[in-house]
Ligand binder design. Structure first.
Ligand SMILES: Cc1cc2nc3c(=O)[nH]c(=O)nc-3n(C[C@H](O)[C@H](O)[C@H](O)COP(=O)(O)OP(=O)(O)OC[C@H]3O[C@@H](n4cnc5c(N)ncnc54)[C@H](O)[C@@H]3O)c2cc1C
Length: 470
């Protein structure tokens, strides 16, 4: 009898397993696919020698994660590669704004709003570790009530509300583009928290990529787990509880919908009914490209950043996200573009590049948005189509086929609307526990939510350890 089984080897599944193994518990991870890593895998998707990240690439949360930092994943082969600036945001043909590592350098672009931007970001950057400790995890009694109140007041607002005192369209757009990672209209409460967390992380730890591809992070996690005596079994999909080996606790790195399918009889009727009301967000349509040269941006400053938001003004992004929520992709959608070879040339043959972009689409969409996305990039980078050597596309529905956790193509494990941002998957003293004493959820459908940081898994494993120690 194992102490623990973890279903799913995403960053949260592996983090959960490591936390259990660190406590001396026997643990096995069961992964449906032939490779570990969930949203943290890389592969030669297009041409030989071009390493593409299947999902995540940019890791401000991975670098900021207190759990990953404590593990010292560098010993497992992880190193971070970084571009000069974390982010470029394209507002228009002649308007690009950059998130620089320095708050002051960033603020310098905002004229009369410079001081206001500094006032917003500097306190967060100065108290970065405390803010991360407070907000990247389950809601707890705050160790720093003043900071909690100060940050909480801003974070719970909508992005539109946070932007109200700013007059400069550039700062409004820069913040709005980060808030759009919530995949919600920017009028939604809580969207400001995405701008604040991603912005302060950009200033404090950058938006790095894992050198060699995101799979390097997964390899480091697997090595750490194995060194502690844990094991990963690949190609083992858990469809029903009979597919699980005997274990004292089971942690599911899956979303509520899957848990309800796999283990309905283990859960109480009322828990099942509440979990069944869990809501998912929009999907993504993603294109990966092999490129013969760097992207020929009209504004060469876009080559200073690994991530480029092709997204226009705050008002434009709000309208685009609103449109997705009404079931339609705007002709000028929010496009997130990454060009990781600028920071990490090892991912492509010399002088050549990889890039990817996604746009938010209605849940379960099977539509092909290649033309919309490529036309938009060409607009801001004339000649882009000429440097494309090969492409690989995935619709929202194909995203789900690739990873069952991306329900309808939702990459965040569930909608980040305020209720679910604070209380995932539902309001409960210990959100990782289910109605079954031995069964836990540890995926991004639990706090603190989406992203590669391992913290959902780590905190879920702490709950499971408390159960094992009873
Ligand atoms: C296109 C895209 C881009 C992204 N970009 C970023 C980014 O740049 N930075 C960032 O921080 N985050 C990014 N993310 C989000 C990030 O990848 C996820 O939030 C993160 O991977 C969630 O981790 P997880 O462990 O909860 O789940 P996952 O990583 O989804 O892992 C779940 C694992 O469980 C397995 N599984 C599911 N069901 C079963 C079953 N029944 N039996 C066995 N195994 C099962 C799956 O195969 C998968 O391996 C991106 C995601 C996508 C899709």
């Amino acid at each position: 009898m194992l102490d623990a089984v973890v279903v799913g080897s995403g960053p949260n599944g592996l983090a959960a397993a490591i936390t259990l193994a660190e406590a001396g518990r026997s643990v096995r991870v069961l992964e449906a696919r032939s490779e570990p890593g969930g949203g943290a895998r890389s592969a030669e998707l297009t041409l030989p020698g071009f390493v593409h990240d299947m999902c995540s690439t940019v890791h401000p949360l991975g670098r900021a994660s207190p759990f990953f930092r404590r593990l010292g994943l560098e010993a497992g082969g992880l190193s971070w590669c970084e571009s000069e600036a974390p982010l470029a945001h394209v507002l228009d043909l002649d308007a690009v704004v950059l998130l620089e590592r320095s708050v002051v350098e960033t603020a310098r672009q905002f004229g009369t709003d410079a001081a206001r931007y500094e006032d917003l970001m500097s306190p967060l950057v100065e108290r970065f570790d405390d803010v991360v400790d407070l907000f990247l995890g389950p809601l707890r009694l705050p160790k720093h009530p003043g900071l909690f109140a100060q940050f909480g007041r801003s974070a719970l607002r909508s992005m539109n509300g946070l932007a109200r005192p700013f007059a400069d369209p550039a700062v409004r757009a820069l913040l709005g583009g980060m808030a759009a990672h919530a995949m919600l209209p920017l009028s939604a409460l809580g969207t400001a928290s995405f701008a604040l967390v991603l912005g302060m992380s950009g200033h404090k730890v950058g938006w790095p990529v894992a050198c060699g591809g995101t799979a390097a992070l997964t390899r480091a996690l697997v090595r750490t787990l194995e060194a502690l005596g844990g094991e990963v079994t690949l190609g083992h999909e858990v469809r029903k509880v009979a597919d699980l080996p005997p274990a004292r606790v089971v942690l599911f790195d899956v979303t509520p919908q899957q848990l309800l399918r796999i283990a309905p009889d283990w859960l109480s009727r009322s828990y099942r009914s509440r979990l069944g009301r869990y809501r998912y967000g929009p999907g993504v349509f993603k294109i990966d490209w092999a490129l013969s040269a760097p992207v020929p941006w009209r504004d060469p400053r876009c080559l200073r950043a690994t991530t480029v938001h092709l997204a226009g003004t705050l008002e434009g992004m709000d309208a685009a996200e609103e449109s997705v929520h009404r079931g339609r992709v705007s002709p000028e959608p929010f496009i997130l573009f990454t060009q990781p070879t600028l920071a990490d040339p090892s991912r492509a043959p010399a002088g050549q590049h990889v890039g990817w972009a996604y746009t938010h689409v209605p849940p379960g969409s099977d539509e092909d948005f290649t033309t919309v996305i490529e036309r938009r990039i060409e607009h801001f980078a004339p000649g882009f189509r000429d440097v494309i050597l090969a492409r690989h596309v995935r619709s929202a529905r194909q995203m789900e086929a690739y990873n069952a956790n991306y329900v309808g193509g939702d990459i965040n494990g569930g909608s980040a609307e305020l209720g679910q941002l604070l209380f995932r998957p539902l309001l409960r003293l210990d959100p990782y526990r289910t109605s079954h004493r031995r069964v836990f959820l540890c995926s991004s459908s639990t706090p603190p939510g989406g992203g590669v940081h391992g913290l959902c898994g780590h905190f879920a494993a702490r709950s499971a350890l408390a159960e094992l120690e009873r």
